[in-house]
Design a protein around this ligand. Sequence first.
Ligand code: FAD
Length: 409
Amino acid sequence: MNIKPSFVIVGGGMAGAIAAQTLREEGFDGNITLLGQEPSVPYERPPLSKDYLQGGADRDSIFVQPEPWYAEHAVELSLGNAVTSLDPATGTVTTATGSQLTYDKLLLAIGSKPRRLGVPGADLDGVYYLRNVEDSERLKIGFGQAKRVVIIGAGWIGLETAAAARAAGLDVTLLVSGEMPLEHVLGSEVAPIFDELHSSHGVDLRYRTTAVELTGRQGRVTGVMLSDGTLIDADMIIVGIGAVPRTQLAAEAGLKIDNGIVVDEHLRTSDPDIFAAGDIAHAYNPRLGRHIRVEHWANARRQGAVAAKAMLGHDAVDVRPSYFFTDQYDLSMEYTGDIGPAGYDQVIFRRHEDPRQVIVFWLYEQRVQAGMNINIWDVAEDIERLILSARPIDADDLADPMIPLAGLV
Ligand SMILES: Cc1cc2nc3c(=O)[nH]c(=O)nc-3n(C[C@H](O)[C@H](O)[C@H](O)COP(=O)(O)OP(=O)(O)OC[C@H]3O[C@@H](n4cnc5c(N)ncnc54)[C@H](O)[C@@H]3O)c2cc1C
């Protein structure tokens, strides 16, 4: 009798769903089981801080695959069923309901979780985090009831929820731990774009400050005490201070951990039958010559596909530059690239006639490391090609909007 192989995917997010899809597209006819902690079929998270939060998208529109797809492709779903332990020696996973499942190949795609605020009052009612669709729905209801929100953290989640809160008519105060929002990601040359965007939309930005205590009355938050001693009244707090990879399951199973689950370029962990993809994976990138862990949508998509192919024994690798996007008010942008440990030594602005349109390039030794197109479309692939070419590019040509980017590669 020919017994079909069993592939188990743990984590029903973007990476897990794309892995299941890719396995079937590649012709795998063995058993696929996808175990997810959340009750929902896999969905995309970017809308949770954008149009879904603002009421512009419904639930069906955020699913990675329509609900019937899984049965149609013989992908067994076990939802609301977290994996609690993993035994590589016997090739078994155990779930919260006590059921056990054996695997021939296993994919861990369990993502990351919000970093928690560790100050007095952090567990008061009215304090919100954003990771899941339920969090987004709670936030939307909160927006309808609150008047003043303080957002702790000026990263992507903090800025996108600030834009959504302003659209909902709330007074918004944004706590920036450094000099400017996103300065650690975009640098001091480009971060002012987002600083001005939010101040021009009425957000009260407070710089070089953090929350040291949340004040409350009868179990509900009433304000935030800042590190400079200022007390700000608030009936709602959003915490957006980053995310941490969910490494506990893998660590307890003895897999190698270092800033996520360590995997090679084929996304294979220290156990040859176990793979990891998405936010959780600290993956070796042969083009960059180092491990990177990326918490973005495109990375989860690409790695879900690479992991599936690698599970099938194919020689799959992803060396494309990282990619992500954001939408805030009337600004939409895409960012392509990875700034390495050496950083950048030049920033070039390609300004278009419409002042809302700009492309920014970060260079190191005249080679483009990353590019960000704001309110301009169909150039991300050209930027990717410029990065992959690794050729010195003339700075004047990069800055000139009349010279097509495609011609510079
Ligand atoms: C609000 C928000 C907005 C975002 N916006 C953008 C954006 O604009 N652009 C962009 O590029 N990226 C964005 N991101 C990041 C992007 O969504 C993530 O990088 C992507 O979701 C990662 O996919 P993943 O499959 O690795 O993990 P996840 O999507 O986190 O999925 C992991 C899944 O595994 C489940 N799980 C965890 N533990 C277990 C367990 N023990 N057993 C079973 N299941 C488990 C989790 O519940 C979850 O459903 C955003 C993220 C958030 C939260």
